[in-house]
Design a protein around this ligand. Structure first.
Ligand code: WAQ
Ligand code: MG
Length: 274
C-alpha cells in the first residue's frame, strides 16, 4: 500500500539552537489539526517558551508503507540505575552487541553524546562489534522519522500498557520508535534513556529480545540521555540504514504482548537462544 491518504507530522522545539523536544506522528488528513495542537502543547509544556517550535507536515502520497507488528514489552525489576545498566548490558550482549560496544555507548550517553557535550537531537549509530561511532553528524545524530501506531492499534496498545501500569506517553512513543528501528536493515539493537532529568526509565530493543524496559537507567535529575543504534556493517551499507531510519514509512498495525515485571534471570532464561 502507498500512503496516499496519510501525512507525516514532525515537531521540533529548540532554544538558542539547543534541542528541547521532538515528536513524530503519521495521521489521516482529518486528524492533522488536532495532532498539531497536541504537539505544540507538548513543546510548550516541556519548557514554558522554547525559542523556536518547528512543525513539518508532509504528504506521504506515493510513499510505500511498511506494516509491522509491535515488539513485545517486558519490564525488568532492577531497582537502581547501576543494576539497571548491568542488566541492560546482559540483554544487549544476548542481542548480539559486544560488551566493548555496549560500554562505549554507556560512556557516550552518560557524558552527553553530542560532539559539543550535550544531548543529541537524534541517535548515535554504532558498530555492534567495535563500538565505533558511524553517524555522519556527531552533533545532531540520526533521527528516526515517519513511524506511528495505526489508529486502532494505538488504542489497543494504550490499553495493554495501562494494564501493566505504563500510562506515560513516552513509553508508547518509545515502543513505536524502537519497533521501527529494529525492523530496519542491518540493525542489531537499540539502547535508550531519556534526556528528561525527571524520567529515569530506558530500554533495550531488538527483534530477538523485544522491548526490554528498565525503570532506572540513570540517576534522577540527570539531564544526559540519548539513543545508540547498534548495526552490523558486514551485510548492509550505512547509507541504506540511515535512509531507512529517516525516510521509510512504517505503520504499526498489530500490537505486541505487554508482560508484567520480571527479574533478569527469569527473563534471560526464557529467551529462545538463536
Ligand atoms: N530518532 C532518533 N533519536 C531520537 C529521536 C528520534 N526520533 N527522538 C529522540 N531521540 C534521541 C535524542 O538524542 C534524545 O535526546 C533522546 O533520544 C531521548 O529522547 O517508559 O523519552 O524523547 O519505556 O527524551 C525511554 C523509556 C524514554 C520509555 C525515551 O526519549 C519507557 C524518551 P526522549
Ligand atoms: Mg527528550
Amino acid at each position: 500500500m502507498t500512503g496516499d491518504t496519510l501525512y507525516s507530522i514532525r515537531m521540533r522545539a529548540t532554544t538558542k539552537g539547543r534541542h528541547v523536544s521532538g515528536a513524530e506522528k503519521i495521521v489521516a488528513p482529518d486528524r492533522i489539526d488536532a495532532t498539531v495542537s497536541g504537539l505544540i502543547a507538548r513543546a510548550r509544556n516541556r519548557e514554558k517558551s522554547p525559542g523556536e517550535i518547528t512543525i513539518t507536515i508532509e504528504s506521504l502520497a506515493g510513499e510505500q508503507v511498511k506494516f509491522v507488528k509491535a515488539l513485545d514489552l517486558v519490564t525488568i525489576n532492577a531497582l537502581g540505575w547501576e543494576e539497571g545498566r548491568a542488566c541492560a548490558v546482559r540483554v544487549l550482549c544476548r542481542a548480539g552487541v559486544s560488551e566493548k560496544a555496549v560500554e562505549a555507548a554507556l560512556g557516550h550517553l552518560s557524558r552527553g553524546a553530542a560532539a559539543s557535550g550535550g544531548s543529541m537531537r537524534g541517535a548515535m549509530i554504532m558498530d555492534a562489534q567495535t563500538g565505533e561511532r558511524l553517524e555522519p553528524d556527531q552533533e545532531r545524530g540520526v533521527r528516526a522519522s515517519r513511524f506511528d501506531w495505526s489508529n486502532e492499534t494505538g488504542e489497543i496498545i494504550g490499553r495493554a500498557l495501562g494494564v501493566v501500569g505504563l500510562l506515560h506517553f513516552r513509553t508508547k512513543e518509545a515502543l513505536a520508535l524502537a519497533t521501527k528501528v529494529v525492523h530496519g536493515p542491518g540493525i542489531v539493537a537499540e539502547l535508550c534513556w531519556s534526556d528528561d532529568p525527571d524520567y529515569t526509565a530506558g530500554y533495550v530493543a531488538s527483534l530477538q529480545t523485544g522491548y526490554v524496559r528498565f525503570p532506572f537507567l540513570k540517576k534522577k535529575n540527570d539531564g544526559h540521555g540519548g539513543r545508540a543504534i547498534f548495526i552490523d556493517r558486514n551485510n548492509t551499507k550505512l547509507e541504506k540504514i540511515v535512509s531507512y531510519l529517516q525516510t521509510d514509512t512504517v505503520l504499526i498495525n498489530s500490537g505486541g504482548e505487554c508482560r508484567p515485571e520480571t527479574d533478569v534471570e527469569t527473563y534471560l532464561a526464557a529467551l529462545v537462544r538463536v
